[in-house]
Write a protein that binds this ligand. Structure first.
Ligand code: C5P
Length: 236
């Protein structure tokens, strides 16, 4: 494999949004060597996904645990310390200052990287007002991103649309991970603000999270290879 191919492979994270380990395993088998990084979210995590994550890591894959932790500091620190022992590469936490500080303490000394979730993309300004916030989405995202950097969090998960502005505001160090990726001509499904793999990489994303365009393709491996080629062509 060329250096450019293996760099592109490290940037693609396939979301294993399945209810059971059996289905997730079948997808990993059919993707074979083409994919080296997988995201396990809450659905699969509550269906045997954590031991499965350890199996993937033993096979040499990288794992992103999208568990979106948020609790009192003591609980977050202790949970993060346990999760760090699983050997995963990324873990999401909500980007509240207390939560971020507690999580950082929990992962100290491990290779687990923390990604802050700024504002859920299903929220609009009215949802934030209803929940009692004084800021709209744009301002709250910017505020939390700055707080994440201040807290020394390793990265953020961001919609494709926010990636360019956040890269410009936060500089080169922050790891930016972007879902809502749709290859040219693909179905958007329930994603409203989508970007092609090439555009997201050009906007400054370090990793792209792709689910259905690969997992629901007739030939998932071919779909993954096409996205990898697009990532390689856009990579600096
Ligand atoms: O199938 P699709 O490519 O839309 O999957 C995207 C993945 O990224 C899903 O696992 C979804 O939960 C996740 N995600 C997202 N938007 C966010 C955060 C996470 O689509 N803002």
């Amino acid at each position: 494999m060329s250096e450019a191919d293996s760099a592109a492979r490290g940037k693609l994270i396939v979301a294993l949004d399945f209810a059971s380990q059996r289905e997730a395993e079948a997808m990993v088998r059919s993707l074979g060597e083409s994919v080296s990084f997988y995201k396990i979210g809450m659905e699969l995590a509550y269906g045997g996904g954590l031991p499965f994550a350890q199996d993937l890591i033993k096979e040499g894959k990288q794992v992103f645990l999208d568990l979106k932790l948020h609790d009192i500091p003591n609980t977050v620190t202790r949970a993060c310390a346990r999760i760090a022992q699983l050997g995963a590469s990324f873990l999401t936490i909500h980007a509240y200052p207390q939560t971020m500080a507690a999580a950082k303490l929990g992962v100290a000394g491990s290779s687990l990287r923390l990604l802050g979730v700024t504002v859920m993309t299903s929220y609009d300004d009215q949802d934030l007002r209803d929940a009692g916030y004084a800021f709209g989405v744009k301002d709250l995202v910017a505020r939390r991103a700055a707080q994440a950097r201040q807290a020394g969090i390793h990265g953020l998960i961001l919609s494709a649309e926010e990636t360019g502005a956040m890269r410009a505001a936060l500089g080169p160090e922050m790891i930016l991970v972007t879902p809502g990726i749709r290859p040219t001509g693909a179905e958007a499904a329930d994603q409203k603000r989508t970007m092609t793999p090439a555009a997201a990489i050009a906007a400054g994303a370090n990793h792209l999270v792709v689910g259905r365009p690969i997992t629901e393709a007739q030939n998932p491996r071919a779909a993954a290879e096409a996205i990898l080629a697009e990532i390689a062509s856009a990579s600096p």
